[in-house]
Design a binder for this molecule. Structure first.
Ligand SMILES: [Zn+2]
Length: 288
């Protein structure tokens, strides 16, 4: 948040502010998947697993490269916090910040979720989104953001005069990953990372630039579907904020389960090949 300025503006302040922005990462240079081939492969796919994510808890699932997974709103408006890992290497995980820089603040069909350094490659591709009609609303809000982080007990502690709450998404994801891997909670926690906020409606206020949320437009039956670019371990928390219309980090909001379905296609998308590890040689020039 910008404070009230105490520095007098320079004589050319209007001219400096009037400079047009340029896109940091032009998407023309970013390889994009052939979504029509993905959608074609999805036809006739077989449902092979259904995972229920209980309210204020998290659950995990595995899926091989080439499978699809669908996150479904079940009984009522509910947002989900998604973590993704390379199934064989927890160090390769979803990188929310670079995904944001490459795709924008909120994701939609055709966007890819990138992995952390030094891997930086697509982990998953969004193939269908029943909330794509929402776009950006009059407040600048949109769904499926990569601008938030994940609700967590440390921030809650700061903001609540020492409060202790154990069902923030960060804690839910930590417990679920520990259950899945056999790691202790302390070992699992550092693997939890900033999320894709599935179904959550968020933005930044125009006047102060603060992160805001509002009631999610998601309704039962809505879904967001992904194609796995590599073998994945998924982990999803049904946020204690419910539809995130008022507050999170408490048991106050009404919460509902989320459903994850894993679908096995009959054949892989035509022309698709698994993404290779990032091509940077990692030497950092050896000059020091
Ligand atoms: Zn949350």
């Amino acid at each position: 948040m910008k404070p009230t300025p105490i520095t007098p503006p320079p004589a050319d302040d209007a001219a400096r502010k009037a400079v047009s922005p340029v896109i940091c990462y032009p998407t023309e240079a970013l390889p994009r998947p052939d979504i029509s081939a993905y959608r074609k492969a999805r036809e006739g796919a077989e449902l092979v697993e259904t995972v229920i994510v209980p309210p204020r808890e998290a659950a995990t699932w595995e899926l091989p490269a080439g499978h699809f997974f669908r996150i479904i709103c079940s009984e009522g408006p509910q947002v989900g916090d998604l973590n993704l890992f390379n199934l064989h290497n927890l160090k390769e995980r979803f990188y929310s910040g670079k995904t944001r820089a490459l795709n924008g603040t909120h994701l939609g069909t055709g966007d890819q979720l990138f992995s952390s350094f030094p891997y930086l490659r697509p982990l998953a591709t969004i193939t269908e989104d029943t909330l794509d009609w929402y776009g950006f609303d009059a407040f600048g809000g949109a769904v499926h953001d990569v601008i938030g982080t994940r609700c967590d007990p440390y921030t809650h502690n700061l903001l609540s005069n020492g409060g202790q709450y154990h069902h923030c998404c960060h804690s839910n994801l930590t417990r679920a990953l520990a259950r899945k891997t056999g790691l202790s909670l302390a070992e699992a926690e550092p693997h939890i990372h900033d999320v894709l906020n599935v179904f959550m409606c968020t933005g930044f206020t125009r006047d102060t630039g603060q992160y805001f949320m509002k009631a999610s437009p998601v309704r039962p039956g809505d879904f967001l579907e992904f194609f796995a670019e590599i073998d994945l371990l998924g982990c999803l928390s049904a946020c204690p904020g419910g539809d995130c219309s008022s507050e999170h980090s408490s048991d106050t909001s009404v919460c509902y389960p989320l459903i994850v379905e894993v679908w096995e296609p009959k054949s892989l998308p035509i022309g698709w090949t698994p993404p290779e590890l990032n091509g940077y040689d990692g030497s950092h020039s050896h000059s020091l």
